[in-house]
Write a protein of this length. Structure first.
Length: 145
Protein backbone atom coordinates (compact mmCIF):
# COMPACT_ATOMS: atom_id res chain seq x y z
CA UNK A 1 0.00 0.00 0.00
CA UNK A 2 1.22 3.50 -0.82
CA UNK A 3 2.15 5.86 1.99
CA UNK A 4 -0.45 8.55 2.60
CA UNK A 5 0.62 12.14 2.15
CA UNK A 6 -1.40 14.52 4.30
CA UNK A 7 -1.51 18.26 4.95
CA UNK A 8 0.39 19.22 8.10
CA UNK A 9 -2.01 22.16 8.65
CA UNK A 10 -5.42 20.43 8.42
CA UNK A 11 -4.47 16.72 8.73
CA UNK A 12 -6.35 15.86 5.49
CA UNK A 13 -5.20 13.49 2.75
CA UNK A 14 -3.79 15.23 -0.32
CA UNK A 15 -4.09 14.38 -4.01
CA UNK A 16 -0.92 14.03 -6.05
CA UNK A 17 -0.59 16.22 -9.15
CA UNK A 18 2.17 15.52 -11.68
CA UNK A 19 3.32 17.83 -14.48
CA UNK A 20 6.54 18.83 -16.25
CA UNK A 21 7.67 20.64 -13.08
CA UNK A 22 7.41 17.48 -10.97
CA UNK A 23 5.04 16.33 -8.23
CA UNK A 24 2.77 18.69 -6.29
CA UNK A 25 0.23 17.81 -3.62
CA UNK A 26 -3.17 19.54 -3.57
CA UNK A 27 -6.26 19.44 -1.37
CA UNK A 28 -9.24 17.39 -2.53
CA UNK A 29 -12.43 19.19 -3.51
CA UNK A 30 -13.95 18.56 -0.07
CA UNK A 31 -11.07 20.12 1.82
CA UNK A 32 -10.37 23.60 3.18
CA UNK A 33 -9.28 26.37 0.86
CA UNK A 34 -8.04 28.75 3.56
CA UNK A 35 -4.40 27.61 3.31
CA UNK A 36 -1.89 26.09 0.93
CA UNK A 37 -1.22 22.37 1.47
CA UNK A 38 1.85 21.47 3.52
CA UNK A 39 2.60 17.87 2.48
CA UNK A 40 4.00 15.43 5.06
CA UNK A 41 3.92 11.66 5.33
CA UNK A 42 1.02 10.48 7.49
CA UNK A 43 1.94 8.81 10.78
CA UNK A 44 1.27 5.04 10.93
CA UNK A 45 -1.88 5.45 13.07
CA UNK A 46 -3.43 8.21 10.89
CA UNK A 47 -7.02 7.43 9.89
CA UNK A 48 -8.15 10.62 8.17
CA UNK A 49 -11.74 10.95 7.04
CA UNK A 50 -14.09 8.99 4.85
CA UNK A 51 -12.90 9.59 1.28
CA UNK A 52 -16.53 9.63 0.13
CA UNK A 53 -18.63 11.68 2.57
CA UNK A 54 -15.84 13.21 4.72
CA UNK A 55 -17.19 11.69 7.95
CA UNK A 56 -14.69 11.53 10.82
CA UNK A 57 -12.98 8.27 11.74
CA UNK A 58 -13.43 5.93 8.77
CA UNK A 59 -13.74 2.27 9.71
CA UNK A 60 -12.99 0.50 6.41
CA UNK A 61 -10.46 0.47 3.58
CA UNK A 62 -11.37 -0.15 -0.04
CA UNK A 63 -8.23 -1.55 -1.71
CA UNK A 64 -7.53 0.21 -5.01
CA UNK A 65 -4.75 0.42 -7.56
CA UNK A 66 -3.41 3.89 -8.39
CA UNK A 67 -5.17 5.65 -11.28
CA UNK A 68 -5.35 8.96 -13.12
CA UNK A 69 -8.25 11.14 -12.01
CA UNK A 70 -10.79 11.59 -14.85
CA UNK A 71 -10.67 14.98 -16.60
CA UNK A 72 -7.52 15.84 -14.58
CA UNK A 73 -4.81 13.96 -16.48
CA UNK A 74 -2.01 15.11 -14.18
CA UNK A 75 -3.81 14.21 -10.95
CA UNK A 76 -3.51 10.73 -9.42
CA UNK A 77 -5.52 8.73 -6.93
CA UNK A 78 -2.94 6.86 -4.89
CA UNK A 79 -3.71 3.69 -2.96
CA UNK A 80 -6.66 2.58 -0.90
CA UNK A 81 -9.74 4.67 -0.14
CA UNK A 82 -11.13 5.04 3.40
CA UNK A 83 -14.85 4.62 4.06
CA UNK A 84 -17.13 5.18 7.02
CA UNK A 85 -19.49 2.32 7.92
CA UNK A 86 -22.42 3.81 5.97
CA UNK A 87 -20.40 4.48 2.80
CA UNK A 88 -18.88 0.99 3.09
CA UNK A 89 -22.39 -0.48 3.17
CA UNK A 90 -23.30 1.51 0.02
CA UNK A 91 -20.15 0.28 -1.75
CA UNK A 92 -20.71 -3.31 -0.64
CA UNK A 93 -24.28 -3.22 -1.98
CA UNK A 94 -23.20 -1.55 -5.26
CA UNK A 95 -25.22 1.63 -4.62
CA UNK A 96 -22.79 4.07 -6.27
CA UNK A 97 -25.40 6.68 -7.23
CA UNK A 98 -26.54 6.89 -3.62
CA UNK A 99 -22.89 7.12 -2.58
CA UNK A 100 -22.41 10.11 -4.93
CA UNK A 101 -25.46 11.82 -3.38
CA UNK A 102 -24.05 11.18 0.10
CA UNK A 103 -20.71 12.70 -0.99
CA UNK A 104 -22.57 15.78 -2.26
CA UNK A 105 -24.37 16.08 1.08
CA UNK A 106 -21.00 15.82 2.86
CA UNK A 107 -19.64 18.64 0.68
CA UNK A 108 -22.65 20.81 1.55
CA UNK A 109 -22.24 20.07 5.27
CA UNK A 110 -18.56 21.10 5.16
CA UNK A 111 -18.92 24.18 2.95
CA UNK A 112 -22.49 25.38 3.53
CA UNK A 113 -23.37 25.16 -0.17
CA UNK A 114 -24.21 22.20 -2.38
CA UNK A 115 -21.67 21.24 -5.04
CA UNK A 116 -22.45 22.49 -8.54
CA UNK A 117 -23.48 20.14 -11.36
CA UNK A 118 -19.97 20.07 -12.83
CA UNK A 119 -18.57 18.82 -9.52
CA UNK A 120 -21.29 16.18 -9.19
CA UNK A 121 -20.52 14.97 -12.73
CA UNK A 122 -16.83 14.84 -11.81
CA UNK A 123 -17.53 12.78 -8.66
CA UNK A 124 -19.58 10.26 -10.65
CA UNK A 125 -16.73 9.93 -13.20
CA UNK A 126 -14.21 9.60 -10.37
CA UNK A 127 -16.22 6.81 -8.73
CA UNK A 128 -16.58 5.09 -12.12
CA UNK A 129 -12.80 5.09 -12.51
CA UNK A 130 -12.34 3.95 -8.90
CA UNK A 131 -14.64 0.98 -9.55
CA UNK A 132 -12.33 -0.14 -12.40
CA UNK A 133 -9.36 -0.06 -10.02
CA UNK A 134 -10.77 -1.78 -6.92
CA UNK A 135 -8.32 -4.54 -6.08
CA UNK A 136 -10.08 -6.39 -3.27
CA UNK A 137 -12.94 -6.43 -0.79
CA UNK A 138 -13.62 -3.81 1.83
CA UNK A 139 -11.77 -4.58 5.05
CA UNK A 140 -11.79 -3.06 8.52
CA UNK A 141 -9.05 -0.53 9.18
CA UNK A 142 -6.43 -2.30 11.25
CA UNK A 143 -7.86 -5.69 10.23
CA UNK A 144 -6.07 -8.52 8.49
CA UNK A 145 -5.15 -7.88 4.85
Amino acid sequence: MSKHIICKVCDRALNRYVDDDGVTYIHTFNDPTNHEPVPVEAPPDWRGRCDFCSAEKPEFLLPARDFRVPHHDNEMSIGDWAACAFCAMLIDSNRWNELARRAAAGHEKLHGVPPDELRITFVRALYGELRKHISGSLRPIGGEQ
